[in-house]
Design a binder for this molecule. Structure first.
Ligand code: ADP
Length: 602
């Protein structure tokens, strides 16, 4: 009860007491109205009224005092509040100043500036640090986009314009590196970041961002990258060197590097050590390592390469080295290559390849070839001599046969004449065989020579035709000479070419019973082609390759009937080879054959 009374403010408590006193006096007057006579009432009421008045007066005085005290309190509070507000404002201002100083400090430390770009008004607000980063006095000039562009490195301007345009179009954040040419000279690398701010209608109105000078960190990154790349390159170079060393050590050829005028071994691979029969030669000079023989053979050559700088290449040189089989002479291909830096020759690279086996094989092959050639020559000589020995008596047989047949030595009857004709035919046949054997033998002995000169092809063909026509006519065959209107010449041996064509024509006549033989030629692509076509028995495909082999005939009975030797086409092909040409045949059994000879025109 007392506690709740105390909680009521003092002024209100005064009011409550005054009101309560008036109410108590009024209640007492009302209750006692019947007991009190009018006079008593008046007597009683007057002091009561006075008492009430005095009480109320005292109460009012007290209340006034209370109000004054409260007002004084309020004024004090107000001035305190004002003081506090001023203090707060001061603190706020100090804080603001220190925050922006800190921001500026932080920006300067980070070499980072901030900017804001009013896109529509094209006005850029830069922080002080931003100006400094561009080498300008803070606030010294108004920046717009064009001015900003002008401060960039010329090569980066288009790229920056692109990035900014894309950010505005796509409303996206951006970040990129670009170069700046600072007002005070140096080119610096900046990293820019930005964000587009859109208005209520969604269109871009401003752009905020930062620019940071990252030259040092980018350079450090590049240096790191370079260092990493260099390390990788070095590692791969080392691996390559190791590989090269392995190859060098295991190479199956002798490799050594000799340094200086006394030829000191600087490098020697396993093959070199093996050849020299030494475990270690490095640091020793050639005199200490190789035998006197070798030194005599190669010492002056090495000196020469070292002093002149001219390489030496020697093939199949005999040499004796301590390594390998004793006493045996071995053969080597040597290369002495001068080694020089920019200024002068400092050594000689020696590469030696052993070719003993090769030389041995070659010597054997040469011996075998010489023997074979000797044997072949002996055979050809024998054949040539034999042929010659056979020809002489044969010529006598033919001559005396003719004398007898002509009746010069006395009369001969018809039967004797017939037999003499057979003797003559057989003797002539034998003579042609001997001639062909003689030609082949001469050719194999390499005695056949080409006597080439410019030959008019039409003339040559006409002369061949004049010899061939009687042959064909004797068998009732037509002979055609198909001459081209233009003059063709060929550089060749006319005697051999005539022989080739006559051989082919006489075969054509031999193996054709009816129809025609045609001789023709044409020139194309620097070559002359000669054709001998017939309408004879032809050659089957399985025999076509064999007909050029000596003594080979398709069918004994036919050829014997026709009087062949099996040597004609062999001789023909040898002649064509000798003239630098080629021969081929196309044939169909029962329809005829076509032989083609091709010679180079020049
Ligand atoms: P030969 O003296 O027997 O004619 P060749 O070396 O000239 O010897 O010919 C070899 C064989 O090739 C002949 O025996 C013959 O069978 C065949 N031959 C060559 N020319 C012709 C041809 N024009 N027509 C058909 N067969 C041919």
């Amino acid at each position: 009860m007392i506690a709740s009374w105390r909680r009521i403010p003092e002024a209100n408590r005064g009011y409550i007491v005054a009101m309560a006193s008036v109410a108590a006096a009024a209640i007492a007057v009302f209750v006692l109205r019947d007991f009190l006579s009018r006079s008593t009432f008046v007597l009683f009421a007057a002091p009561v009224a006075i008492g009430v008045f005095v009480g109320v007066g005292l109460l009012v005085v007290h209340l006034n005092g209370l109000i004054r005290a409260a007002r004084a309190d309020a004024q004090r509070y107000a001035s305190q509040m004002e003081e506090q507000a001023m203090e707060l404002e001061e603190t706020h201002r100090a804080l603001e100043a220190s925050a922006s100083a800190q921001l500026a400090e932080a920006q300067s430390l980070a070499r980072l500036g901030s900017w804001e770009w009013d896109i529509a008004g094209d006005k850029v607000i830069w922080s002080d640090e931003m100006y400094r980063l561009y080498g300008l006095e803070p606030g010294s000039e108004v920046i717009d986009f064009a001015r900003y562009q002008s401060l960039l490195h010329p090569d980066d301007r288009d790229q920056v314009a692109d990035v900014v345009a894309r950010a505005i179009e796509n409303l996206e954040d951006f970040s990129y590196d670009h170069r700046v040419v600072r007002a005070d000279g140096p080119v610096r690398i900046f990293h820019a970041r930005g964000r587009v701010i859109v208005g209520p209608d969604g269109t871009p109105i401003r752009m905020l961002g930062t620019g940071q000078d990252v030259t040092e960190s980018r350079r450090a990154e590049a240096a790191l990258r370079n260092a990493t790349e260099y390390a990788a390159k070095q590692a791969s170079a080392e691996a390559a060197a190791r590989h090269l060393n392995r190859v060098f050590a295991q190479a199956p050829v002798v490799i050594a590097v000799l340094k200086g005028s006394d030829h000191t071994f600087e490098l020697a691979n396993a093959s070199a050590l093996e050849l020299l029969g030494a475990a270690d030669v490095l640091g020793k000079n050639v005199k200490e390592v190789v035998s006197d023989d070798v030194l005599t053979a190669f010492g002056s050559l090495l000196d020469n390469v070292y002093t002149t700088g001219e390489p030496f290449v020697g093939r199949e040189l005999p040499a004796r080295f301590p390594g390998g089989p004793e006493a045996a002479t071995r053969y080597f291909n040597f290369v002495f290559q001068p080694l020089s830096d920019e200024a002068e020759v400092y050594g000689v690279l020696v590469v030696a390849t052993e070719v003993t086996d090769l030389v041995g094989a070659r010597i054997k092959a040469e011996q075998a070839q010489n023997e074979a050639m000797g044997a072949s020559r002996a055979k050809s000589d024998f054949l040539a001599r034999m042929s010659h020995e056979l020809r002489t008596p044969l010529a006598a047989i033919i001559g005396y046969g003719e004398l007898l047949a002509d009746g010069i030595t006395g009369p001969v009857n018809e039967e004797q004449k017939k037999q003499l004709m057979r003797i003559r035919w057989s003797a002539n046949h034998l003579l042609s065989i001997i001639d062909e054997i003689l030609t082949l033998a001469r050719m194999e002995a390499g005695k056949e020579r080409v006597d080439a000169h410019d030959v008019e092809v039409p003339q040559l063909l006409e002369s061949v035709a004049s010899m061939a026509e009687p042959l064909a006519a004797a068998k009732g065959l037509r002979f055609n000479l198909d001459l081209q209107p233009d003059e063709i010449t060929v550089m060749t041996d006319p005697v051999k070419l005539r022989q080739v064509l006559l051989n082919l024509i006489s075969n054509a006549v031999k193996y054709t019973d009816s129809g025609a033989i045609t001789l023709s030629s044409h020139a194309a692509d620097g070559q002359v082609h000669f054709h001998v076509d017939d309408t004879g028995i032809g050659v089957s495909p399985e025999h076509i390759e064999k007909i050029f082999e000596p003594f080979w005939q398709v069918e004994q009975t036919t050829t014997r009937r026709a009087g062949g030797t099996g040597l004609g086409l062999a001789v023909t092909r040898e002649f064509v080879d000798l003239l630098g040409g080629s021969i081929s045949v196309e044939s169909e059994v029962g329809r005829g054959s076509s032989f083609r000879v091709t010679l180079p025109r020049a």
